[in-house]
Design a protein around this ligand. Sequence first.
Ligand code: GZL
Length: 314
Amino acid sequence: MKIKQFIPVLAFWALGSSAAYATTVGFSQVGSESGWRTSFSEAVKAEAKERGIDLKFSDAQQKQENQIKAVRSFIAQGVDAIIVAPVVETGWTPVLKEAKRARIPVVIVDRNIKVSNDNLYLTRIASDFREEGVKIANWLMDTTQGNCRIAELQGTVGATAAIDRAAGFNDVIANYPNATIVRSQTGEFTRAKGKEVMESFLKSQPADEPFCAVWSHNDEMALGAVQAIKEAGLKPGIDILVVAVDGVPDYFKAMAEGDTNATVELSPYLGAPSFDVIEKYLAGDKNIPKLISTTGDVFTQATAAEEYKKRANR
Ligand code: GZL
């Protein structure tokens, strides 16, 4: 090929490759343990594609060591920014110091982290989990006039969503002497484990002290509890009220069918605010708050059918 012919090819290659991806972002995701988590991942991928961002996605299968490995890999690749959705709160300082040394900004999304210095991350984008616990507890106390023997399905041990939702819920029921959590165990935010734990609760609870409600830290475990309640010959949503957090389509469907009673919506659309803050930072604007929080509403059977239709086709 003569040099004259070569120049346009070189120019095309240079333009083509640089125009394809202006920004590269590494995203360390917890896993795919729940419908909400899957929606969150899909929303981030769709948003990155929409913006022409080269997204390096890693699913940690709920293991922090996999998240740390992924962050180290992103650093080695020299990405422009890193998003971490942390599985648990502790153990992040060393790898965030490595990102800091590499001058790569880190955005924490969803659950929180406990670090020695909050300059190790740019900002956190998350829902107010404690408020979610308060809202769902208020709904349950209003519905039962504060008389309720509760079974609790906790989320992942050490996860902010589990810690803070429980704190908010417990603060509300502390005002009702006849509202008590009589059984509590982690269902690890999964449907299968939620069913298994609810089965054990139902087997061990004295027949003359029936549960009034099951309080689940996410919809996924609650849907597992619904299966266990049915297999025990009881009517979920009637014999035992079912309340949770997330607002996933399957849960709205169960509410429309009368099997569950209420949930607090947690938006999975966390990609847009994450990329907004990254683009802002990379453009040189350092005026970024340490917390960008979202909130969700309580949804009940009254609007479940129409809300399900809206979400099922998203
Ligand atoms: C809460 C999030 C939780 C969801 C669960 O923001 O961390 O993790 O409520 C998911 O569905 O497993």
